[in-house]
Design a protein. Structure first.
Length: 388
């Protein structure tokens, strides 16, 4: 079990309205992060990016995950593979984390061992008399959904379809797999990765710190999902009457996804596919946050804006209005989240209680507490009678 007192975790799982938040050590103790790396990031399914990050045959990209990194490649047949980013000679990274290459083989920069795109060893200079067929790069269990690539490092996680549960059906009408990345921003946060998620799950703070966001959405609207199927927490919000989408002006620069229902055309959905992918779905575009836990008090966030390729290809297409709103909102959020992180190291901090409307925070904290207790990825249970 995680190195936290059991009664502190059971207090997180008390009925909604009586529960408290996770203990401060969950956000500050390196031993807790080490447990999370082993059990949540390496023992579960984790998003490592878009399949389009390796756009053409021979593309390679290294991505940090947990305590290691993996190499995504696309072979000459177009198949995306994920391999250990660790050379079988003496362990050098084959590509630096975050960097990309495009070449017919994977070449270690240390002593030039070369591997095929499927990971098998092609050439090891000056190595003789050993069985090189046993020295391929370790394949990593991986799966794709809606254009994203997910990996399970230890190979022991539940089947991928079970992990996704209801989320593909919820997002089906957006045809997310068709979308392409228009912009990517990188943020470094002086905060635990879970605080970024908890903040994402409530709009209680919106009227205070997001005046621009509140002009285009109705902060206390929508509902949160309560399904038991899938490792996600999330819900919906309504667009403000005069807003076509979430942008600084409220106007849209793109086309509404063609298969959306009239209800979906007026909604924004916020979904956290546990642990590290936040998917914010608008009628005409999608924004994602992919979170990497770096230290108890540090995480990196890759934020992307995805649009239909037809929009991206259109003369004069300019997504700055949508990107601008979310970049501003992100920075407002990071300020709040970093302030909360500072409290986690204070001797004066005590775990807080949740307000009405913070039910998705309760579901998320419950999922973390249940995982810590060895009960799997099970959300905090909101009573059927609860109305937001
Ligand atoms: S460590 Fe890769 S070739 Fe030596
Ligand atoms: Fe926010």
């Amino acid at each position: 079990m995680v190195p936290l007192p059991e009664q502190d975790l059971l207090a997180v799982l008390a009925p909604f309205g009586e529960s408290i938040m996770l203990p401060a050590a969950a956000y500050t103790d390196p031993a807790v992060l080490d447990w999370e790396h082993r059990h949540l990031f390496e023992g579960g399914w984790v998003c490592v990016g878009r399949a389009a990050d390796v756009p053409t045959p021979r593309s390679q990209q290294a991505v940090r995950i947990g305590r290691t990194s993996v190499l995504m490649t696309r072979d000459d047949g177009g198949l995306v593979r994920v391999l250990a980013n660790i050379c079988r000679h003496r362990g050098h990274e084959l590509l630096a984390c975050g960097s990309r290459a495009s070449r017919p083989s994977i070449v270690c920069p240390y002593h030039a061992w070369a591997y095929e795109l499927d990971g098998s060893l092609r050439h090891a200079p000056k190595v003789q008399g050993i069985d090189t067929t046993q020295l391929g790069l370790a394949p990593i269990r991986s799966a794709e959904w809606a254009g994203w690539v997910f990996v399970n490092l230890d190979g022991e996680a539940a089947p991928f379809e079970e992990f996704l549960g209801d989320i593909p059906a919820l997002l089906d009408a957006w045809d997310l797999g068709e979308l392409a990345v228009a912009a990517t921003h990188h943020y470094d946060l002086a905060a635990n990765w879970k605080l970024a998620c908890e903040n994402y799950h409530e709009c209680y703070h919106c009227p205070l710190i997001h005046p621009e966001l509140c002009r285009v959405t109705v902060a206390n609207s929508g509902d949160n999902y309560r399904t038991d199927r899938g490792a996600f927490v999330g819900g919906s919000m309504l667009l403000a009457e005069r807003a076509a989408t979430m942008s600084l002006s409220g106007a849209s620069c793109a086309t509404v996804r063609p298969r959306l229902s009239p209800t979906q055309r007026r909604q924004v959905l916020y979904l956290n596919l546990f642990p590290n992918l936040l998917i914010s779905v608008h009628p005409d575009y999608v924004m994602t946050h992919r979170i990497e836990a770096l230290a108890p008090d540090r995480c990196a966030v890759e934020c992307q804006w995805l649009f239909a390729p037809e929009d991206l290809a259109r003369d004069g297409f300019d997504p700055a209005d949508a990107i601008g709103l979310w970049d501003l909102t992100n920075r407002q959020d990071w300020g709040a989240v970093e302030s909360v992180q500072r409290a986690m190291s204070s001797p004066l901090y005590r775990p807080g209680v949740l307000a009405h409307g913070e039910d998705a925070v309760y579901q998320f904290a419950g999922m973390v507490a249940n995982a810590y207790l060895g009960r799997g990825l099970v959300r905090g249970a909101i009573p059927e009678t609860y109305a937001r």
